[in-house]
Design a protein around this ligand. Structure first.
Ligand code: ADP
Length: 162
């Protein structure tokens, strides 16, 4: 059986925390499909096309990882992709309650699908797309927190490129 996981998220933008989860999970599954949610009731800084491009460029080194966008429920998208699992990352305690809620409702929606959590590496435990955007918008350096291309794109978005 081919083991397929869908990694759903907004990825606005992708951070090294996301990449870390993907690098570690890529050895556990035959295939990982990153599902970039078109709009999660969130106002995104990057358009869907930009988020897709930044993610594709950032995971090129992972041969069994592909990137797509999706709309609607992640469980339905996962079924369409013949996935057995949804992949999620867990950071600090504050993630736990929300992720537990989402995993529980997803189990209710589809009992055959499992949510697999990977715990973040400690250096990324407090890293989020939102904190990166906040720092970058104020002209702070985000080197090492996001892939270099994302760092450049953030600078351009906020009109801070050299
Ligand atoms: P969502 O809008 O679905 O929360 P995100 O793009 O914020 O989408 O995150 C997608 C997934 O990646 C979530 O499971 C989130 O917990 C996880 N994640 C985000 N940042 C990190 C990080 N620094 N380390 C590990 N996992 C992370």
């Amino acid at each position: 059986m081919v083991r397929i996981a869908v990694y759903p998220g907004t990825f606005d933008p992708v951070t090294n925390g996301h990449i870390d989860i993907l690098e570690r999970a890529s050895g556990l599954f035959d295939e990982i499909i990153i599902g970039i949610a078109e709009d999660n009731y969130k106002n995104t800084l990057f358009t869907l096309e930009e988020r897709l491009y930044l993610m594709k460029e950032s995971v090129g080194h992972l041969k069994n990882v592909s990137v797509e966008s999706f709309t609607g429920l992640s469980v339905e998208y996962a079924v369409k992709k013949n996935a057995q699992a949804l992949l999620r990352g867990l950071r600090v305690v504050s993630d736990f309650e929300y992720e537990m809620q989402v995993a529980t409702i997803n189990k209710h929606l589809n009992d055959d699908l499992e949510t697999v959590f990977l715990m973040t590496s400690d250096r990324y435990a407090f890293l989020s797309s939102s904190i990166v955007k906040q720092v970058a918008s104020l002209g702070g350096r985000v080197t090492g927190l996001v892939p270099p291309l994302v760092e450049e794109s953030l600078k351009r978005k906020y009109g801070l490129s050299d």
